[in-house]
Design a protein around this ligand. Structure first.
Ligand SMILES: NC(=O)c1ccc[n+]([C@@H]2O[C@H](COP(=O)([O-])OP(=O)(O)OC[C@H]3O[C@@H](n4cnc5c(N)ncnc54)[C@H](OP(=O)(O)O)[C@@H]3O)[C@@H](O)[C@H]2O)c1
Length: 336
């Protein structure tokens, strides 16, 4: 149930995996939400948003595209806060320049709209832990605790052709530069790998990776190596805290647990024995032991993160519910 009436906030890319949960939690806590999507008439993509509690009374969906200059002006002008979660889809056929330009310009496009609204209180940008943790071995000493002062090495990411990380680093840095120059109150949230139920029946990029692992694919998670994981509900809460806390500033890592890919696979293979999950995965980066210092988000109010078992239980239930994975028969251990 909504508690009290709150203001109107804009969520960009509202139909996305993370954004949909954010919209759900914002509606539940009493906000009016103006969500931007590329096609408000596409029921397959936005239908789940209209099913959310409070949506009929307090949700509006409008069209906006990151790649069209000024596209977010009207949406942002109508709001007192902005959650910028939309992210252009990077495809293998795009050149490196196209990928990086669309990531940087997409973010600046939204911020240029924000600059035009003098009543805007704060912008919360969804960045990523990939802007923090990707460094060569020499810069990741054993058991290092990475905090918000850490930035991934662009040179190292380029050498490994991790264009997603390069795009996220450049987009976040461009956002900080623009916000400082134009005195925009910007806060960034840096989630690790986000796991949990998808509100949309569509299979997004993150759910596809999890589905692949449950179907026995080894490639993606092997390349992910040691990785942080966080439940999608905690990611939504962290965004809302970052928006509401008067003293929030700078970057906030949002992470529950860090695991080597082999340990994650072994844990999941034990927990879900009917699925052909690989029982181990190679450690292609050698020994890694970094973890995250999450005290900054804790000071904001983020406590009691959901654990890795709950994240994957919820993700699997959702993949089964949407018909992407067969059901596991708990008593016989077979797939239905
Ligand atoms: N998932 C994770 O594990 C994770 C971890 C850390 C950070 N993040 C960050 O979190 C944000 C959301 O990720 P997600 O996993 O929720 O991704 P997602 O499900 O793919 O959502 C991305 C959204 O961006 C929208 N979009 C794509 N191109 C657009 C364009 N040109 N103009 C306007 N909107 C556009 C899409 O809208 P359409 O419906 O129109 O296609 C989609 O709703 C991203 O910034 C991502 O980098 C994700």
């Amino acid at each position: 149930m909504a508690n009290t009436a709150k203001g109107k906030v804009c969520v960009t890319g509202a139909s996305g995996f993370i954004a949909s949960w954010l919209v759900k939690r914002l509606l539940e806590s009493g906000y009016h939400v103006l969500g931007t999507v590329r096609d408000p008439g596409n029921h397959k993509k936005v239908g789940h948003l209209w099913d959310l509690e409070g949506a009929r009374e307090r949700l509006e969906l409008v069209r906006a595209d990151l790649l069209e200059e000024g596209s977010f002006d009207d949406a942002v002008m109508a709001c007192e806060g902005v959650f910028h979660t939309a992210s252009p889809i990077l495809t293998k056929s795009d050149s490196k320049e196209q990928m990086l330009n669309s990531a940087i310009n997409g973010t600046l496009n939204v911020l240029r709209s924000c600059k035009k609204n003098p009543l805007l209180k704060r912008v919360v940008l969804t960045s990523s832990s990939s802007t923090v943790r990707i460094k060569d071995e020499a810069d990741l000493p054993p058991n290092v605790l990475l905090d918000e002062t850490s930035w991934s090495s662009i040179e190292y990411c380029e050498s490994l052709q991790i264009w997603y990380a390069v795009a996220k680093i450049l987009a976040e840095k461009a956002a900080w530069g623009f916000a400082k120059e134009h005195k925009i109150d910007l806060v960034t949230v840096l989630p690790t790998f986000v796991i949990g139920p998808s509100l949309s029946p569509e299979l997004g990029p993150t759910a596809s990776d999890v589905l692949g692992l449950f179907q026995g694919e080894t490639g993606k998670f092997t390349v992910y190596g040691r990785m942080g994981y966080v439940h999608i509900d905690d990611v939504a809460s962290c965004h809302i805290l970052a928006y509401e806390a008067a003293g929030a500033q700078g970057r906030y890592i949002c992470n529950a647990v860090v695991l080597d890919c082999g340990d994650l696979a072994a844990l999941l293979a034990r927990r879900f024995p009917s699925y052909p999950i690989p029982k181990s995965l190679p450690n292609i980066y050698g020994e890694q032991s970094y973890d995250y210092d999450t005290s900054k988000a804790r000071a904001l109010g983020m406590r009691g993160y959901k654990g890795v078992e709950e994240m994957f239980d919820d993700a699997v239930e959702s993949l089964v519910g949407h018909g992407h994975l067969p059901t596991e028969n708990a008593s016989t251990g077979s797939l239905l």
